[in-house]
Design a protein around this ligand. Structure first.
Ligand SMILES: *[C@@H]1O[C@H](CO)[C@@H](O)[C@H](O)[C@H]1NC(C)=O
Ligand SMILES: *[C@@H]1O[C@H](CO)[C@@H](O)[C@H](O)[C@H]1NC(C)=O
Length: 234
């Protein structure tokens, strides 16, 4: 076939088109697979977390409920007292309380709400790593404040670790599972701040009782909550 034969030109053109298309496709797929983005949190889920904070172990029963603007961490320290319930509302109010003796409640006011489902958006991708036996995509957010590990196969969170060393290992992750409204009611002793001073004092006393571990946990959790929301929150 002469190089000027119309059929030759047609073939040449076809080859060019195919080559260009394949190159474009290859580029597109390589750029999308090299920078995965974290899967947004489901709007409602229930998770059990195994926590390790510098060797101090606890379990957290986590109920995330974005549509209702609330989040619950029910924290059980290893061989500790009754679970500490950390109930967070999107208006910034948090209640920390126990439901079995010693009965305690404290509340705190933050100026940001609960984590948004897309709170990990904009995180820096670090590549893949195997953690807890799962191959994960790994991101870091807010200059290493948190490192987040998501299962490559299922996109479920597997693990996250804060710069403080506080680590979470996700043991169960139930998408769409939610806690009934009645469970979100803080107990009456969270609200009985009476008008008169005596009642105030009584409440103070109850708070100051010698359950110092729970008190540490309260302070720790509050500090953690403040920095988490401040750095990665809305
Ligand atoms: C908890 O974390 C520490 C490091 O901070 C580690 O040495 C220890 O083995 C961990 N414990 C468990 C039960 O995972
Ligand atoms: C935030 O919402 C909760 C639940 O409805 C409520 O108990 C609390 O008082 C509210 N806080 C503020 C500051 O309005």
């Amino acid at each position: 076939m002469s190089p000027t034969h119309p059929l030759f030109l047609l073939l040449l053109l076809q080859t060019l088109v195919i080559t260009t298309t394949t190159t474009t496709l290859a580029l597109a797929s390589s750029s999308s697979s090299s920078t995965p983005t974290p899967t947004p949190w489901p709007r409602q889920f229930h998770a059990l977390l195994f926590m390790n904070y510098s060797g101090k172990l606890s379990m957290i029963d986590l109920w995330y409920d974005w549509p209702n603007g609330r989040n619950f961490n029910i924290i059980q320290e290893q061989l500790g007292g009754p679970p500490l319930r950390d109930l967070e509302w999107n208006n910034g109010t948090s209640f920390f309380y126990t439901l079995s003796p010693p009965l305690r409640c404290r509340s705190a006011q933050l100026d940001v709400g609960i984590l948004r489902p897309d709170w990990l958006a904009g995180a820096d991708y670090l590549g893949t790593r195997s953690v807890d036996g799962f191959l994960c995509n790994v991101w870091t957010k807010a200059d290493g404040f948190i490192t987040y590990f998501e299962d490559v196969l299922t996109n479920r969170p597997v693990h996250w670790v804060f710069y403080t060393g506080r680590q979470a290992h996700v043991m169960t992750f139930e998408v769409g599972k939610y806690l009934e409204d009645a469970e979100w009611q803080a107990p009456v002793y969270c609200f009985d701040k009476g008008e008169d001073e005596e009642e105030e004092e009584e409440e103070e006393e109850r708070v100051e009782q010698p359950q110092s571990i729970a008190s540490d946990v309260f302070d720790q959790n509050l500090m953690h909550k403040r920095s988490l929301r401040g750095l990665v929150g809305s």
